[in-house]
Design a binder for this molecule. Structure first.
Ligand code: FUB
Length: 341
């Protein structure tokens, strides 16, 4: 498949539009791009979307991915290389199905790939695999990270060297089934069902220096409104759904995430990587396709957002990753991005 710069297409609403940016690669479908700068080069850790022939449903069964390919580029706008299979589901001893959005980190000569996958009982956990190369191949640990559950790991190393993992996603990501501390097999398919209660939070865990284990039990990433009150379950335009990321800008911690069924990317700012975070607003309008998932990096003094849409396929489970500049305003707010011109 090829994409021509400036292609216009019909969105889900039937309106003709032009995209803000073009797919980074069109030889395979890629999504959920977690970008990092290692040794001055850009590496993108995406999901590798495939058509497994599974009908679309609210559980996300149609996202039936089986391996990861890591993309690399020397600079924004430069050639994008697909570095081939970095990890295959068949080489993860505990995995059942659905390799979803991964992330990566580097420490002391080793690259760590963090990945969510359902175990053989169909319960999502997060695993870790290691390699001496940023593009793999990666070797998976025999078990998931103890105390991990749900999806969408996002790993952030602070300027003091401490590394945190943010994780979780409601609905198909199963986070709502862990409210009691144990997985409820017949639990809710969506959220807590308590409309006026605080929304289910993303989780955050400090990683031990080995980068493979949690240092204690994961905690809630609390998002409050301008009055200091936690966002509520019914607040679908603002509450956390999935796809978290963390970046630090001017000494403040920016927790960014997707609102899922309302298709927005939002941000909340805090004074600590553990929060609480005050909701600030939407920074990206809905993309084409149901899901929206991003990462944010700084390179050569500029900030960029990596994201995905469905420009190449028009199908929600066959996505393509993109990049565009992200601007912080003088007051610390993020300039709203419209993925369509
Ligand atoms: O790619 C599968 C799932 O779709 C991800 O885990 C979510 O964040 C959403 O993008």
């Amino acid at each position: 498949k090829t994409a021509n710069a400036g292609d216009s297409t019909k969105t889900d609403t039937g309106k003709k539009v032009k995209y803000l940016s073009e797919p980074l690669i069109s030889s395979i479908y890629t999504a959920d791009p977690s970008a990092h700068v290692f040794n001055g080069k850009i590496y993108i850790y995406p999901s590798h979307d495939i058509d497994a022939g599974i009908p679309e449903n609210d559980n996300g069964d149609h996202f039936a991915m089986k391996d990861y390919h890591i993309l690399s580029m020397d600079s924004i706008g430069g050639k994008v290389t697909d570095n081939g299979v970095a990890l295959d589901i068949k080489d993860i001893p505990w995995a059942g199905r659905q390799l979803w959005a991964p992330d990566a980190a580097y420490k002391n000569g080793t690259y760590y790939l963090y990945f969510p996958v359902k175990d053989k009982k169909d319960v999502f956990h997060i695993g870790v695999a290691t390699s001496a190369s940023p593009v793999g191949p990666f070797k998976a640990e025999p078990e998931p990270i103890a105390g991990s559950y749900s999806i969408d790991p996002a790993v952030f190393t602070d300027t003091d060297g401490k590394t945190y993992m943010y994780f979780g996603g409601i609905w198909g990501g199963q986070l709502q089934r862990w409210i009691s501390g144990k997985y409820e097999t017949d639990g809710s398919k969506t959220d807590s069902k308590q409309e006026n209660a605080p929304a289910i939070s993303c989780k955050v865990a400090l990683l031990k220096p080995d980068m493979k284990t949690f240092d204690g039990v994961a905690k809630d990433v609390v998002i409050v409104d301008s009055l200091g009150k936690p966002l509520l379950t019914k607040d679908h335009d603002r509450r956390f759904f999935e796809g978290s990321w963390m970046h630090k800008y001017n000494g403040k911690y920016y927790f960014t995430y997707s609102t899922g069924d309302t298709h927005l990317l939002c941000y909340a700012i805090g004074d600590s990587p553990l929060g609480p975070f005050t909701y600030k607003g939407v920074f990206m309008k809905p993309v084409q396709g149901w899901t929206t998932h991003h990462s944010i990096i700084e390179i050569k003094g500029k900030w960029y957002i990596f994201y995905h849409d469905t420009q190449l396929s028009g199908k929600t489970h066959l996505r393509n990753v993109k990049v565009t500049e992200l601007l912080h305003n003088a007051d610390g707010s993020i300039k709203l991005i419209d993925p369509f011109l």
